[in-house]
Design a protein around this ligand. Structure first.
Ligand SMILES: Cc1cc2nc3c(=O)[nH]c(=O)nc-3n(C[C@H](O)[C@H](O)[C@H](O)COP(=O)(O)O)c2cc1C
Length: 211
């Protein structure tokens, strides 16, 4: 496996963690398309989730749910819902997860947002269903970002995929309608030819606008 190219290092003296950690999390970290056979254990997943569940969400709502696809049967139920290009690598990955948003996250608000006991009511009832789903998807997507960085912090690589049929996955895995799938994620140690060519990133001028 050849080392992926690093992007230009930002001014190290402005950053609060060491260069090796920045490389692992951001600069040389890549999206993996192949993996070794080394298993990803439940202990590793718990260590990653212990880190990333500290990431901020609105109302501390934490709507991300992670469904680990461990059994061959579960994987065979998932594969037909992926676009063709994503099927082989997902079949071969040591661990696959469906990342979903809990549209009933407000049930947990009395526990996770206890200083505002009325918060659950703001999201309750049929009238609030659209608002609830928007909040669930937005905050779960934030948490997916934290999760990808957490996977890298554990020395592993992630292969996120939006190329799948979410309605098909939801009907197959979440028939009661509470969870909505957002992403399928392959996890493992990168294998041979794991990376595609590094794609260009937008410039600071594209990204930053100061008013
Ligand atoms: C939300 C999301 C959806 C993606 N969907 C797919 C996908 O369906 N198939 C795929 O091969 N790569 C997919 N990717 C991978 C991206 O193309 C890749 O992360 C991006 O080009 C950056 O690659 P790099 O991390 O190697 O620089 C997805 C990435 C993200 C974050």
């Amino acid at each position: 496996m050849t080392a992926p190219p690093a992007t230009a290092p930002p001014a190290q003296d402005l950053l609060a963690i060491k260069a090796a950690a920045l490389d692992l999390l951001f600069r040389t970290a890549r999206t993996a398309n192949t993996f070794t056979d080394e298993p990803v254990t439940d202990e590793q997943v718990r260590a990653i989730v212990d880190l990333i569940r500290n990431g901020p969400t609105a109302f501390n709502s934490q709507p991300l749910r992670i469904v680990l696809i461990r059994s061959p049967e579960a994987r065979q139920r998932l594969l037909p819902h992926l676009i063709k290009d994503n099927q082989a690598k997902t079949d071969a990955a040591p661990l696959v997860a469906i990342l979903a948003a809990d549209t009933e996250f407000h049930e947990h608000l009395p526990r996770v947002f206890p200083h505002k006991p009325q918060a659950k009511d703001w999201f309750s009832g049929a009238d609030a269903a659209n608002h609830r789903e928007t909040q669930a998807r937005f905050n779960a997507a934030l948490q997916i970002g934290y999760l990808i960085i957490g996977i890298r912090a554990a020395g592993l690589a992630a292969g996120p995929m939006a190329g799948f049929d979410p309605d098909g996955v939801d009907a197959e895995f979440f028939p009661d309608g509470r969870l909505r799938s957002l992403l399928v994620l392959n996890i493992g140690r990168p294998g041979p030819d794991a990376w595609r060519d590094r794609l260009p990133r937008l410039s600071h001028d594209d990204i930053i606008h100061t008013l």
